[in-house]
Every structure is written in C-alpha cells, then in structure tokens.
Design a binder for this molecule. Structure first.
Ligand SMILES: Cc1cn([C@H]2C[C@H](O)[C@@H](COP(=O)(O)OP(=O)(O)O[C@H]3O[C@@H](C)C(=O)[C@@H](O)[C@H]3O)O2)c(=O)[nH]c1=O
Length: 179
C-alpha cells in the first residue's frame, strides 16, 4: 500500500497493490497495519451506484458531534472525487482538491473530519464503496453547493444528473463558521 500526502494535511491517497493472476486480481482496500496512524473505527460501509456518466453527488458533510472520517473507493467505472476544506482557521479554508479514482488505478482517498465531499462520475455504471466512521445522522447533515462562487470549482465534465436536494443547496451563508 502506497500512501501519498495531498495539499490538505490529513487527506491521503491510498494506492493498493493489485495481485493479478489468470482469475483477475486481489487487493487489500483497508489494512490497519499498513495505514499506521490512519486508524478510524469505521461503523458503516456504503455502496453507491450511478447509472449515468455526469452524475454528481455532494458536497456533503455532517456537523459535530457526528463528523465523519471517510475512505472512498471506486470499484467500477470512474469518478473525479472532490474534497473541500471546511476546517475553521485552516490556511486552505474553502479550497478544494480533485482526484481521479477509477476501477483501474487502485486508488482510494481518505478524508478526515473537517471536509466536505462529493464526486462526479466520468463513466456510466459507476460503483463506489465508502467507509464511514460515524452513523448517518440526517439531522446533522450539511452541504455545500457545487456552484457556490466561493468555492471556484471547475469540474472536468458537465453535470448531467444531480438530486434536487444537491441542486438546491444554498450557497454558504455569512454566519457559517466552518467545522
Ligand atoms: C448517506 C445516506 C443516505 N441514506 C438514505 C437517505 C436517502 O433516502 C437515500 C439517498 O441519500 P442521499 O441523497 O443523501 O445520498 P448521496 O447523495 O449519495 O449521499 C452521499 O453523498 C456522498 C457524496 C457522500 O460523501 C456520502 O457521505 C453521502 O452524503 O439514502 C441512508 O440511509 N444512509 C446514508 O448513510
């Protein structure tokens, strides 16, 4: 497992080793022995299926005391994953990063507390699995609007499919203080 830092402290790209043979391949997605300090207690594993290329989900987070650590992996198809820094007092507050996760590249992204998360599918029939350290707590859900000018996000492809909820997420309000 190869673990790479990103522009955000605590956000890592994890590259698994695919052991290929005639049958296909085997990879370890999470291995606490190799992840060292990254050791969240995941309590929920999610599967997200996206029919169409250009499907956008996000940008989501949960407010305290239910903030989540997430590990996100694309197991079929391809996505561009987007992470926005919401940590108050961070030098990179409201900055974002994007990383391509595909069924071929064996990469996943680890996102700790303090970030919003979303993704755009780059292929049809794209499946993700992701691991959460907190239970889904709908009354502590938070979201950012992808088109919020404060975020300056430019996706590599147009959004074709988005939920009404995500489309109508308000832009950041003046009383928002980050996480
Ligand atoms: C996220 C979630 C949703 N649900 C339900 C609520 C709703 O009926 C249905 C669809 O929910 P949503 O529209 O919120 O699903 P979705 O937009 O896919 O939400 C996800 O987006 C990505 C970007 C993330 O990072 C995730 O943490 C999660 O917020 O599934 C659960 O039961 N458990 C969960 O953990």
């Amino acid at each position: 497992m190869n673990i790479t830092n990103t522009i955000f402290e605590g956000v890592f790209i994890i590259e698994s080793e695919a052991h290929s043979d005639d049958r296909g391949f085997f990879e370890r997605v999470i291995c606490h022995r190799e992840l060292n300090s990254i050791n969240p207690q995941f309590v929920q594993v999610n599967h997200s299926y996206n029919k169409q290329q250009g499907t956008f989900r996000g940008l989501h987070f949960q407010y305290p005391p239910f903030m989540e650590n997430k590990l996100v992996k694309c197991i079929s198809g391809a996505i561009v994953d987007i992470v926005v820094d919401l940590r108050k007092n961070s030098d990179t507050y409201l900055k974002h990063l994007m990383v391509n996760l595909t069924e071929e590249n064996c990469k996943s992204i680890y996102i700790p507390h303090g970030f919003a998360h979303g993704f755009l599918t780059l292929k049809p029939d794209t499946h993700l699995i992701y691991f959460h350290s907190e239970y889904y707590t709908p009354n502590h859900e938070g979201a950012l609007n992808l088109n919020d000018p404060a975020l300056e996000i430019q996706l590599p492809k147009d959004v074709q499919v988005i939920s009404e909820k995500d489309k109508n997420t308000p832009f950041i309000q003046s009383d928002f203080e980050g996480l």
